[in-house]
Design a protein around this ligand. Sequence first.
Ligand code: DC
Length: 247
Amino acid sequence: MPSKTLKLRRRTQARRHAGTQAPLVVTIDGPAGAGKSTVAKLLAKALGVAYLDTGATYRALAFAVLQEHPEVLADEARLALMARYLPLRLETGRASSLRVFLNGVEITRAIRSQEISEAAAQVSQYPAVRAAMVAHQRALAGGRGVVVEGRDTGSVVFPDAPYKFFLDADLAVRAQRRQRELLELYREPTPLAQIRQELHFRDLVDQSRPVGRLIKPRGALVIDTTHLTAQHVVRRMLQRIGRARLS
Ligand code: DC
């Protein structure tokens, strides 16, 4: 007699292989401020699947490093070891938002600080760290339906994803969006010129680094979001996916 667990596993496998076969994986890549997070959450909600922000995993690692071992910030081997055993847990909160936990302690807001942004940019440069984080990201996706968002999700994390998107937008518009995000986060305005300069610098770094470089993944549909609302973008994605469920 097969055990209860075995029966359950078989039933899940059967369900997965009936109809569409593999779980629905959608990747969304693009530069900072192109609208990835907003769109990814809306799309995940519309499709009824999970949402995974890969940037949050690098931010969580940066948080752990600064808190426990700031001295290893430039030590690739030790960083990679920390990355590999990072006690990270992600939970979907309200409106498909993501809650991030390290060792069971919530760090969702803490990982959005400027200090963590800078440290995350640093740790994400190292190939050995990226390899460990990609393994985490695949495990966090967990073989279920998921919308994954980042910079290398369609090229490296899920190169076989059936639906890939690359969002882009003019620098000026991206800077305005980032300014709004920062205002929501810190409740005080950041000068637009400063944000624009930072984004421009980040674009150059993202496009020129040897690993985890920002590229348009093969087979990705490029959407310029400069003049589109998030709802428009999602509708276009749903049309592509063939499940236009947003009214
Ligand atoms: O998207 P974000 O700002 O939350 O990302 C935080 C840092 O992690 C940023 O420096 C880019 C990096 N990152 C990456 O290298 N690869 C990803 N897939 C996601 C983020």
